[in-house]
Design a protein around this ligand. Sequence first.
Ligand code: TLP
Length: 344
Amino acid sequence: MKTIDLMSDTVTLPTQAMRDAIYNADFGDDVFGEDPSTNRLEEMAARLMGKESALLVSSGTMGNLISLLTHCSRGDEIILGDQAHIFYYEVGGMSALGGILPHTVTNQPDGTMNLDDIETAIRGDNIHFPRTRLICLENTHNRCNGIPLTPEYTASVIKLAGKSGLKVHLDGARIFNAAVALDVPVTELTRGSDSVSFCLSKGLSAPIGSLVCGSCDFISEARRIRKTLGGGMRQTGVIAAAGIIAVEEMTKRLSEDHKNARVLAEGIAEISGLHVEPESVRTNIVFFDLVSDRLQDITFEAELEKRRIRLLKLGPSHFRAVTHYGIDTGDIETTLRALREIMS
Ligand code: TLP
């Protein structure tokens, strides 16, 4: 019996084309800049994001950390949403390793931060204050229902940052999902940002890797910081070969995941005892709540486990389901049938 794993799109396994590409890849030592597959992937990534240069790193967390460490010095402050992945789930790396302070601003349900709130958070020139250096955006916004930020909103934050001499970093772990959902080229969402990171190992199904993209100067400094963190790897063609397939092929099928997520949400909305807002589901992430007090969440989880369905539990009765390459329409039907059965 198949396990229907809706925990995250990070659980996707490499496709056969990726396995073949890894097997057949050319290799070299990437610390010396001599891995041909990595060089090719970095060039592709830079071009796709509309930036001069790119750097392969091990994970989204490392990509964000390296970007922040490259933009900021110790004692600098960054402005980011209170629901941002960088703030919530990245182990406080910016402070632990970079001496950087997070200044959080409320994330609205649509993943944005109000421009007024951002403006208020920007520090004035005062000897008592840390220096504000950077604003971070996240697209799609994981904890805000995987919602895509529009090009217009992104441009308005970049304009505001520019007025105060601040840089903008975009955590674009799922930037291709955003582009597909909004039906715009990725470059519309990255234009004007000083750095952007995106992941190969989420909806794009590669086993490992993220790319940081920016100007040549930014990336050459980021490369030094990657080395400092022990992230200079050698025959990274094993990662890049799969990554090339990820960006060339796997971006084309993301709309299937979005459709499946919407069908799942619409189905959940009809089940008494569960609550979801299907219209808030724009990409591949579905959050829902158990609102029935008849069923303890512990029983709910055990019942799901019995049926080999995995979800991510984010609160006592708050759950997340993420659709991806390993989930088809049949799995969505099976999941809905199981949920109906459990709740009846
Ligand atoms: N998100 C993971 C978990 O950490 C929650 C997930 O399952 O969604 N930015 C965003 C917006 C992310 O969602 C993630 C991963 C990352 C960065 C970090 O990427 P990795 O896991 O490669 O370090």
